[in-house]
Design a protein. Structure first.
Length: 408
């Protein structure tokens, strides 16, 4: 067999996620291994951003037919198309690049997130019945989940093709090196090894040219090549910014309701201050303390400097409210709690924005203050779910501080 023929015998860049070595943490949702499907969903007001309640869901594995299906799907939609949310373990990189290129000319936003379709009821979201409902794609309603949502392996190459790409604070982008699948079993065949090296060179060049065409730093490919195919590296927030995937210094989720045995609404943000190299993760959650009162819980990295500190929140035309002091601490994080009535928290949060003010007093007497403006997108909808779950709650319960995050 000639070297030219051997080159054609190499299937370039079959970049499937290696499940054994890249298993998500326990409790984190795993993207579907089924072939990727696309459908449009309507959600609650502001569920996909301020003024946005409709999005495209793209979920599943990228195979040899996905790019053609994606182009057909896009051609059936008029501009401007709504944001697209990706949840995928990866697949064929060549197909991913074709998809990203098709997405690039449609001037839309790509994000990482899973969709929970309401019409599926108690059926698992990847069940045959639910998949059939999604494939019909008519009149679907649902909720977005970014917490732990994964776009990995080949999927980030679709993601970066969008005109705007945004990564939620609690979503995950994973990269690793591509695997070249050979149709010969002799790994020591010199001609086959030479063909493999040439295939790798041409494949890397193809990816590099594509990344350059969509404005992404070449360092992303360099990092991916350092990670074995059998492993997976989830990008830190600093890497996400450095490679141009999302350079915002402040990123927040809307308020989200979840039922975890008891109701809870939560919000997450990552932020980087001026002249700061690293991001910090901030979390808010509201739970029922009893049938009449709620607890607003704020979690943040514990300040490295010694000295006293305080946290207050204001909004809705009311006075500033101070969190309890001192905060509870667990590892490198600390938790602040604020107990209040239902009416008080609705007054506080039932406005477009609230302001959280962090104040610290250094050991030398210097007073430092930082104010963070938070959006209340989806608060009213999330609060409806929480209030329904609060009925009959009797025992006070304050959430425990979250363990230090290693993903963001």
């Amino acid at each position: 067999m000639t070297v030219r023929a051997l080159l054609f015998a190499v299937i370039l860049l079959a970049c499937d996620t290696a499940l054994a070595a890249s298993e998500p943490e326990q409790g984190r949702p795993t993207p579907s291994g089924r072939p990727m499907i696309f459908y449009v969903v309507k959600g609650a007001p502001d569920s996909c951003g301020h003024g946005c309640d409709r999005w495209i869901a793209a979920e599943g594995r990228i195979d040899r037919t996905t790019a053609a299906s994606f182009r057909t799907f896009l051609n059936g939609m008029s501009d401007p198309i709504p944001p697209i949310y990706l949840a995928s373990p990866g697949g064929d990189v060549n197909q991913a690049i074709l998809m990203g290129s098709a997405l690039h000319v449609r001037l839309t936003i790509a994000r990482v997130g899973r969709t929970v379709v309401r019409e599926c009821g108690a059926e698992p979201q990847d069940s045959d019945l639910c998949i059939k409902l999604k494939q019909v794609g008519s009149g679907l309603h649902g909720e977005l989940v970014t917490r732990g949502a994964i776009c990995a392996s080949a999927c980030p190459y679709v993601f970066v093709g969008a005109a705007v790409h945004e990564v939620a604070p609690d979503a995950l982008l994973g990269v690793h090196s591509a695997q070249r699948v050979l149709n010969r079993t002799d790994p020591n065949d010199p001609a086959l090894l030479a063909a493999d090296r040439r295939a790798q060179f041409f494949g890397d060049n193809q990816i590099a040219q594509y990344l350059n065409s969509v404005g992404i730093e070449a360092g992303l490919l360099g990092l991916a090549k350092t990670v074995r195919f059998e492993d997976m590296h989830f990008l830190t927030r600093e890497e996400i910014a450095r490679f141009g995937l999302d350079r915002r210094d402040f990123v927040e989720t809307p308020w989200i309701f979840e039922s975890r045995g008891r109701g809870i609404i939560h919000k997450t943000a990552v932020m980087r201050g001026r002249d700061e190299a690293s991001y910090r993760t901030l979390q808010w959650q509201v739970v029922c303390s009893d049938a009449d009162r709620l607890v607003l819980d704020f979690q943040r990295p514990a300040p490295s400097a010694s000295g006293s500190s305080s946290v207050a929140i204001s909004g809705g035309g009311g006075a500033s409210l101070s969190f309890d002091e001192p905060p509870a601490k667990a590892g490198f994080r600390e938790q602040w709690a604020l107990r209040m009535s239902h009416d008080a928290i609705e007054l506080l949060l039932d406005s477009p924005h609230v302001e959280l003010t962090e104040t610290s007093l250094t050991v030398d007497g210097q007073r430092l203050q930082n104010t963070i403006r938070l959006s209340n997108d989806s608060f009213a909808f999330a609060m409806q779910g929480l209030m329904a779950s609060c009925t009959g709650t009797k025992n006070p319960a304050v959430p425990q501080p979250a363990a230090p995050s290693t993903d963001l």
